[in-house]
Design a protein around this ligand. Structure first.
Ligand SMILES: Nc1ncnc2c1ncn2[C@@H]1O[C@H](COP(=O)(O)OP(=O)(O)OP(=O)(O)O)[C@@H](O)[C@H]1O
Length: 367
């Protein structure tokens, strides 16, 4: 396995700049998810790394070797990179064993490697089955086993779970993640599903309009997003316009401490709290609000509310608590600090389109 280093990568298709100066480092032996909305350039980035596209500028380094850059382009089959596509990766006329062994040198094929990778993906004993005798999830596990088998420098996974139904997707994700880790593989997973990226990856790289806007651990990304767009893309967010006073910010939800001091000491800024920071009480102290809607998700519920002046906000309530109903008059309190961005238009309408299927509901509210 090798480290992947992408520097100032640009790829154009005629007048369209699909990747615009992207920077990304994937440490050896780790999994990075490239997460972004449709059309942001994820697949193009992956194709550039695989060598299927000639790049226009920048460099791609795999381990010690520059595989694309000003000095030339290393052919795909010389990069020691394998791709696991969305579906249809297996040869239908070959057994599981033959599929995984395909392309391995004779010595490796004779050894234990095929059984070893099948065990890693939870398919020991399936060697003689044909692809049509496997479920969609099992087929994707075989595809991952085949990718792991030759111990490539890098494994690229292009939305490999998108064709699976929601129930199956979770289990296959877990097993693939465990198999990649157990084998010490360096891997890049392209996805537009934020729940998938946050739950699977060691690092999540958020891509927008051809650039990587932030690369961080899932926890860091969720807690400390680089801007409000990223905040709403990786989870639910309540965006507020606030007046900054030193270490605090005055918002429609009251005066809140700031997680980080903003460079401008007194100004209007865009700030954010997560719905799980807002608690709802039937009465007493707090900011008055009216319940507009309750979306129940089993383990929790997302309650959409309106403040007295009509501003929308949202609160997450655990399923064990008494849930309010639309029309209830309640009081809100915020726990913890707000995150602010001094450089942003505090009232701007920047909200990403999200298409995730995970548990974190896909909506932002601006107050
Ligand atoms: N072969 C091509 N010729 C012209 N334009 C292209 C080509 N491939 C991609 N593009 C354009 O480049 C941009 C990035 O496309 P890309 O497929 O990389 O995005 P993506 O983030 O993978 O999207 P999705 O999640 O929908 O697959 C888009 O505007 C797309 O229309």
């Amino acid at each position: 396995m090798s480290q992947l280093e992408i520097r100032s990568l640009t790829k154009r298709y005629g007048a369209v700049t699909a990747v615009a100066g992207a920077d990304l480092t994937v440490p050896a032996g780790t999994l990075t998810a490239v997460l972004g909305p449709s059309g942001c350039g994820k697949t193009t980035l992956l194709r550039c790394v695989a060598g299927f596209e000639l790049i226009d500028a920048g460099t791609i380094r795999i381990g010690e070797r520059i595989v694309a850059g000003a000095d030339g382009h290393v052919a795909p089959h010389r990069r020691q990179v394998v791709i696991v596509p969305q579906e249809g990766a297996l040869f239908p006329h070959l057994s599981v064993m033959q599929n995984v062994a395909y392309g391995l040198d004779r010595a490796t094929r004779r050894g234990d490697r095929v059984r070893e990778v099948l065990t890693l993906v939870g398919l020991a004993g399936y060697e003689k089955r044909m692809p049509h005798q496997l479920s969609g999830g099992q087929q994707q596990r075989v595809a991952v086993a085949r990718a792991l088998a030759p111990r490539p420098s890098l494994i690229l996974l292009d939305e490999p779970f998108s064709a699976l139904d929601a129930a199956l997707r979770g289990a296959v994700r877990d097993d693939v993640r465990a198999a990649l880790h157990a084998d010490g593989a360096t891997a890049v997973l392209v996805t537009h599903d934020q729940a998938e990226a946050l739950s699977m990856a060691d690092q999540v790289a958020v891509m927008r309009s051809g650039s990587i806007v932030q690369a961080a651990t899932p926890v860091e990304l969720y807690r400390n997003p680089a801007d409000s767009w990223t905040a709403t893309f990786v989870g639910d967010a309540v965006l507020l316009t606030g007046t900054v006073r030193g270490t605090e910010v005055e918002t429609p939800l009251g005066v809140l401490p700031l997680a980080h001091q903003l460079p401008v000491p007194r100004s209007t800024a865009r700030v954010m709290v997560r719905p799980e920071q807002i608690s709802i009480r039937p009465d007493g102290d707090g900011i008055p609000a009216t319940v507009a809607r309750v979306d129940f998700h089993g383990h929790d519920a997302l309650v959409s509310l309106r403040l007295a002046d009509g501003h929308p906000v949202a609160a997450r309530v655990l399923a064990g608590a008494t849930l309010p109903v639309a029309g209830d008059e309640v009081r809100l309190r915020v726990r913890g600090a707000a995150l602010g961005w001094a450089g942003e238009d505090p009232t701007g309408p920047d909200r990403p389109e999200k298409t995730g299927t995970g548990t974190s509901r896909v909506r932002s509210t601006t107050a």
